[in-house]
Design a protein around this ligand. Structure first.
Ligand code: HEC
Length: 125
């Protein structure tokens, strides 16, 4: 392969990989519909089956105010909600935190989780 073509191929491959990692908040907003039975995201939103998620990113797990129904497992997990932890959580909550009360099957697709996390970053801040 000629050097110029090779370089072009590498640049395209790298930007494609980046596009897949960066979540699409618009798509994440649609995916979030699955969470609304149990969660709200806005400041001062009501707790439902699960806690209001305002401010959750970067916070310690199990510390949202006005939610009394956390499992001991989540409270004692020592998790701080980073992108990587949220990704593992949304893939399969019970694998990251055995004994959690969040009954959710999980999102199998990497891109779906990236999109949902992008939405949550916007919506919960
Ligand atoms: C059937 C109800 C239910 C559904 C559906 C659900 N959750 Fe939860 N969620 C919970 C409960 C209950 C907890 C608290 C878990 C515990 O204490 O073990 C929780 C906890 C969380 C936490 C951690 C909160 C904290 O303060 O540490 C996050 C983040 C979260 N859920 C996000 C989501 C997202 C995003 C979705 C949609 C993909 C979702 N949940 C779907 C019930 C649900």
């Amino acid at each position: 392969m000629r050097p110029a073509l090779l370089a072009f191929t590498i640049v395209v491959a790298a930007s494609t990989a980046q596009a897949q990692q960066a979540g699409d908040a618009g798509s994440g907003r649609r995916l979030y519909v699955q969470c609304t039975a149990c969660h709200t995201v806005e400041a001062g939103g009501k707790a439902r089956v699960g806690p209001n998620l305002h401010g959750v990113i970067g916070a310690e797990a199990g510390t949202r105010p006005d939610f009394a129904n956390y499992s001991d497992a989540l409270k004692k997990s020592g998790i701080t909600w980073s992108d990587a932890k949220l990704d593992a959580w949304l893939k399969k909550p019970a694998s990251l935190v055995p004994g959690t009360k969040m009954i959710f099957v999980g999102l199998a697709k990497d891109q779906d989780r990236a999109d949902l996390i992008a939405y949550l970053k916007d919506a919960t801040k």
